[in-house]
Write a protein that binds this ligand. Structure first.
Ligand code: AMP
Ligand code: ZN
Length: 115
C-alpha cells in the first residue's frame, strides 16, 4: 500500500468505486472516464508501480488477473463479442496512475487499432 496512490485508496475504500469483482488479491471496477461503452479496470491489490516493476513472485498473480478478466467478460456478457485489454506502461506508454492496471474495453467494435 502506498499512501498517495489513488488505486490503493480505492482498495482501502477511502475513495469510492463502482466495483465489478473483488477477492483477496484482485479488484475490478468501472473506469471513471470510460473510453468505450464498457471500460473496466482490473488491478492487483498489491501495489506494483507498473508492468516494468513486476517480479518473479508476481507471475501467478498476473496469470490470475487474466483469468479474472475472462470471468468479468463472461459475467458482464461481452466475452463472446470480444474485448480489448490494454496496459499502459511508463511515460511513453501513457501511464497516468502508477499502480499496475489492466484496462478492459468492450461494448462496441473498437477503432483506432495501433497494432
Ligand atoms: P492510465 O492512463 O493507463 O494510467 O489509466 C488510468 C485510468 O484510471 C484512466 O482511464 C482514468 O480514467 C482512471 N481513473 C482515475 N481515477 C479513477 C477513479 N477514482 N475511479 C475510476 N477510475 C479512475
Ligand atoms: Zn497503489
Amino acid at each position: 500500500m502506498e499512501n498517495d496512490c489513488i488505486f490503493c485508496k480505492i482498495i482501502k475504500g477511502e475513495i469510492p468505486s463502482n466495483k465489478v469483482y473483488e477477492d483477496e488479491e484482485i479488484l475490478a471496477f468501472y473506469d471513471i472516464n470510460p473510453a468505450a461503452p464498457i471500460h473496466i479496470l482490473v488491478i492487483p491489490k498489491k501495489h506494483i508501480e507498473s508492468l516494468a516493476k513486476i517480479g518473479n513472485e508476481d507471475e501467478v498473480l498476473l496469470g490470475k488477473i487474466h483469468r479474472i478478466i475472462n470471468k468479468v467478460a463472461e459475467e458482464k456478457g461481452f466475452k463472446e463479442k470480444g474485448y480489448r485489454v490494454i496496459i499502459n506502461c511508463g511515460e511513453d506508454g501513457g501511464q497516468e496512475v502508477k499502480h499496475l492496471h489492466f484496462h478492459i474495453l468492450a461494448g462496441k467494435k473498437l477503432g483506432e487499432k495501433i497494432v
